[in-house]
Design a protein around this ligand. Structure first.
Ligand code: 6PG
Length: 464
């Protein structure tokens, strides 16, 4: 018997995706360390058409031609190593699908190299964590379009679904899929940080208990329908079995990162696009990592006096801030996608991207429906902030956020992502920014010249 598809890499994500695919298609699996495969087969696999293989050659020869092989392995060097070890067994027209969080430039390189060998390559972003992989993730494929046509039925069957269809769609050539997934994660970083800042405010300024905070997030989420808000509420309610205390109060305030947020910011800078809220999310994790330094510093500064605010007045403002800052994080992400699409010829369809993010992925939320409508009405929308779906609400929210910003500053509470979102919005709607002074300064110290409002051309002044 030949199997329809093969999967290499049995981490939890790989295992769950294999089980998901096996519901509708026959699948062979392989993992570098044999015991992982044996444990998987013993503990997780019931009656599925799922074949365990223990030699790479056996794995490849158990697949129907052209072979379709999904890699669910750690981004970076391991992907190259596995591809190299597969190559001796592959033939022209076989298809390799990288389902990890690979850096988009690596995907371009692999695609180019494999094309020379007539191997078709797909760089596929898969979002939804362990549960998503098992029950239906959001799948973001890019690369060889013919290869996509050959695996689309398998990916569609595995993906999450909405009433608009499966949350998978061919996004574009080369690294389009991994680029879109990278930006998905960038938005994820931004929204996570916004929610963390709101939590900090509820905890430290309003001095609410985790259970109360959880109730507030759960209540808001009736309107937001956001996965990240939903899990934030659940996290607040979680007890620690060991101590009986709330687990959130026992978790160290130091966050790690694996790279996709940083890459989003690096790529945005390379493309000359500002994504300040997403950037704030990345920076906040970096600063959080300086725990020792923060502890030392805290003893050197007198602590700020907590602002006295009325909970009843502040809660609606905090809720609006979540809405406002989340929309801005998506707006930044889509603007980055537009810049990348132009630079790398991805020819991205933004409405379709918002559609496949509606279920399965980490940034799924009620905002993705109006985002789709915004791009449906205007394919070339400059920014989501001017979409009629958001415009007036954002404008109202930006003003209403003021008491939050003020009381956070008074209390010495950092809210970098919220500040960034607010400043991004206010900057983008400013007819006049103080860049006239920046131009003058550049010309003053470096004769870099400047442009004028009342005349064409470039000018230089002998500044006094
Ligand atoms: C997803 C997640 C997933 C993963 C990220 C988190 O969409 O399912 O984004 O890809 O959790 O790698 O990245 P950090 O470790 O950098 O937070």
């Amino acid at each position: 018997k030949k199997y329809e598809i093969g999967l290499i890499g049995l981490s939890v994500m790989g295992q769950n995706l294999a089980l998901n695919i096996a519901r509708n298609h026959s699948i062979a699996v392989f993992n570098r360390t044999e015991t992982k495969t044996r444990n998987f087969i013993k503990n997780k696999v019931k009656n599925q058409e799922l074949k365990a293989t223990y030699k790479l050659e056996e794995f490849v020869s158990s697949l129907a031609k052209p072979r379709k092989i999904i890699l669910m392995i750690k981004a970076g060097k391991p992907v190259d190593l596995v591809i190299d070890s597969l190559l001796p067994y592959l033939e022209a027209d076989d298809i390799i699908i990288d389902g990890g969080n690979s850096y988009f430039k690596d995907t371009n390189r692999r695609l180019r190299n494999l094309k020379e060998k007539n191997i078709k390559y797909l760089g596929v972003g898969i979002s939804g964590g362990e549960a998503g992989a098992l029950h239906g993730p959001s799948i973001m494929p890019g690369g060889n379009e013919n290869a996509y046509a050959e695996v689309s039925d398998i990916l569609e069957d595995a993906a999450a679904t909405t009433n608009k269809g499966a949350c998978v769609s061919y996004l574009g050539p080369n690294s389009a899929g991994h680029y879109v997934k990278m930006v998905h994660n960038g938005i994820e970083y931004g929204i996570m940080e916004v929610l963390a800042e709101i939590y900090a405010y509820l905890d430290q300024v309003l001095q609410l208990k985790p259970d109360e905070i959880g109730d507030i997030f759960a209540d808001w989420n009736q309107d937001f329908d956001s996965y990240l808000v939903e899990i934030t509420a659940k996290i607040m309610h979680q007890d620690d079995p060991k101590t009986g205390r709330k687990l959130i109060d026992l978790i160290l305030d130091k966050a790690k990162q694996k790279g996709t947020g940083k890459w989003s910011v690096q790529s945005a800078l390379n493309l000359g696009t500002a994504i300040p809220t997403i950037n704030a999310g990345v920076n906040a994790r970096l600063v959080s990592a300086l725990k020792e330094e923060r502890i030392n510093n805290s003893s050197q500064f007198a602590s700020s006096t907590r602002a006295v605010v009325e909970k009843k007045k502040m809660l609606p403002i905090l809720k609006k801030t979540v809405f406002f800052s989340s929309v801005i994080a998506y707006a930044e992400g889509f603007k980055l996608l537009q810049a990348a699409s132009e630079e790398y010829n991805y020819d991205l369809n933004y409405k379709e991207i918002a559609r496949i993010w509606e279920a399965g992925c980490i940034i799924r939320s009620g905002l993705l429906e109006p985002i789709q409508n915004a791009f449906k009405e205007n394919r070339n929308l400059n920014s989501l902030i001017t979409a009629q779906q958001f415009k007036s609400q954002l404008n109202a929210a930006a003003e209403e956020i003021a008491p939050l910003v003020e009381s956070a500053a008074k209390s010495g509470l950092p809210i970098p992502a919220i500040h960034a979102a607010l400043d991004y919005f206010n900057s983008l709607k400013s007819k006049k920014l103080p860049a006239n002074l920046i131009q003058a300064q550049r010309d003053f110290f470096g004769a870099h010249t400047y442009q004028r409002t009342d005349d064409q051309g470039t000018f230089h002044t002998e500044w006094k």
